[in-house]
Design a protein around this ligand. Structure first.
Ligand code: SF4
Length: 458
């Protein structure tokens, strides 16, 4: 296998990425757009880009992901894609009848210099966008950022193109859930509702990418944030943004444009981060925490206490998206595990500093890199082996080469199912994560136990 040739000796690389720990911006933009009800994502570029983005999302969610493309030819690559995009608006609104088209750019259209803001305005001025229909847009060249910044840019596009402020006094909170699974968005809503907080959450892919089989195909499933709701976000009493990289941009725009104050906290993955999330909600809403939530927390603490001996000082390597990795690393430290190799592929200036702080109590040297790749992670593991690897599907090569138990977590997961249905956020999600981690660790204990100590009860 190719990774067998990964050398132990680490050479500093500046201009070469090997096996990146990220994917391209438009994928995140497309995912965010799917979180609006009756929205068709549109890729302004060539057909190949759009096919790749759709197939990556389809493979991860195991649902058909619809999107349109400007279908650049050689001509549009030279002279620009304005006429293709305006023609596309006409075709899409006529044939597919969405309420919104969410346009994201690609490397090619950005390199040409197409100004999608100007093209969309021209289409509106020329009457090419029917009454009651909307076009929103985001700039997502993939030679910068990652799928996470693409998600952030499209959330920002929602605010820029749709949000308004009226003079009506409102008492609801905006929630920007971050780049999480549909199951996580469902769990976040469940917690907010249990606390009795009024809210508008955008985007919201629950019900869209994890819906039931009904026997009937619906191009625009019932879920998602409605345009009417996103328009009202300028009137909210505040915005709670979960995960800095994915959610802070839109939250800050709401603050700057409409004076809606924002609070940016970590994704509620694990015990401490979920405590912070619930405490923040409780303070904003002025309510107390209901028994149902307190009970879930108690169950989580009970599992941690009962099983602590199996987590204690186990070394872990983690890679993935910065918001997820930061919260998950905190959880691993809470469990007395030792996350020692940590990589994100997304550029994030504060990532390394934040991870260093979270892992201060870990009794080993901790390697951490933002804008890193899984080749480097593999080299670190060769030099200092770990008991568990956590990351997206691409980690399976390292896990196989090094014979390490491997937990699939993050995006994309294209060789297993479950992530769309079982959350990893909130106390319930943390229990789900714990059970999966324990299962892997104990399966390894069983596999490696000599016959005389192969125990029935662990
Ligand atoms: S050309 Fe750019 S936008 Fe298109 S698939 Fe490749 S990285 Fe993504």
């Amino acid at each position: 296998m190719l990774l067998k040739h990964t050398p132990e000796k680490i050479n500093e690389r500046k201009a070469l990425v090997i096996n990146p720990a990220k994917t391209c911006q438009p994928i995140g933009a497309m995912y965010a757009a799917l979180g609006i009800n009756s929205c068709l994502p549109h890729s302004h570029g060539s057909q190949g880009c759009c096919s790749y983005h759709r197939s990556t999302l389809t493979r991860h969610y195991k649902e058909p992901v619809m999107a349109a493309t400007s279908s650049f030819t050689e001509g549009s690559s030279v002279f620009g894609g304005q006429s293709n995009l305006i023609q596309a608006f006409n075709n899409i609104f006529t044939v597919y009848e969405p309420e919104v088209i969410a346009v994201h750019t690609t490397c090619l259209s950005e390199t040409i210099g197409d100004d999608v803001t100007q093209i969309s305005k021209k289409a509106l001025d020329d009457g090419k966008i029917p009454d009651g229909k909307y076009v929103i847009h985001a700039s997502t060249p993939s030679y910068v950022g990652s799928h996470v910044t693409g998600f952030a840019n499209m959330c920002n596009g929602m605010v820029n193109c749709l949000a308004e402020k009226s003079n009506v006094k409102c008492d609801f909170l905006n929630i920007i859930p971050g780049y999480v699974e549909p199951s996580d968005m469902e769990e976040i809503k469940k917690i907010i509702e249990a606390l009795g907080v009024k809210y508008i959450m955008f985007p919201d892919t629950s019900g869209i990418l994890n819906g039931p089989q009904t026997g009937k195909y619906s191009m625009y499933p019932k879920g998602g944030a409605t345009v009417a709701d996103i328009k009202r976000t300028g009137d909210a009493i505040g915005t709670l943004a979960l995960g800095k990289t994915a959610s802070s941009l839109a939250a800050k725009t709401l603050d700057t444009k409409f004076k809606v104050p924002c609070e940016i906290i970590d994704l509620p993955i694990g015990l401490s981060s979920t405590d912070t999330f619930i405490d923040t909600l409780r303070k904003i809403a002025g309510t107390s925490v209901p028994d149902s939530i307190t009970r879930e927390r108690g169950q989580l603490v009970d599992i941690i206490t009962d099983m602590h001996q199996y987590f204690f000082e186990k070394k872990v390597a983690v890679f993935g998206d910065p918001d997820q990795v930061i919260a998950l690393t905190g959880f691993l430290v809470d469990l007395d595990m030792c996350p020692i190799h940590i990589v994100t592929g997304t550029p994030d200036k504060k990532f390394e500093e934040k991870i260093k702080k979270i892992t201060e109590s870990v009794p080993y040297e901790v390697n951490v890199k933002a804008k890193g790749d899984t080749f480097l992670l593999h080299q670190w593991i060769k030099n200092e082996p770990v008991d568990l690897l956590i990351g997206n599907t691409y980690g399976k090569y390292i896990a196989r080469d090094e014979d390490i138990p491997f937990l699939r977590f993050g995006f994309p997961i294209i060789d297993r199912i479950g992530h769309s249905y079982f959350p990893t956020v909130g106390y319930k999600g943390a229990m789900h994560l714990l059970v999966n981690i324990l299962d892997l660790l104990l399966t390894r204990v069983d596999r490696d136990a000599p016959e005389e100590s192969f125990e029935l009860v662990l």
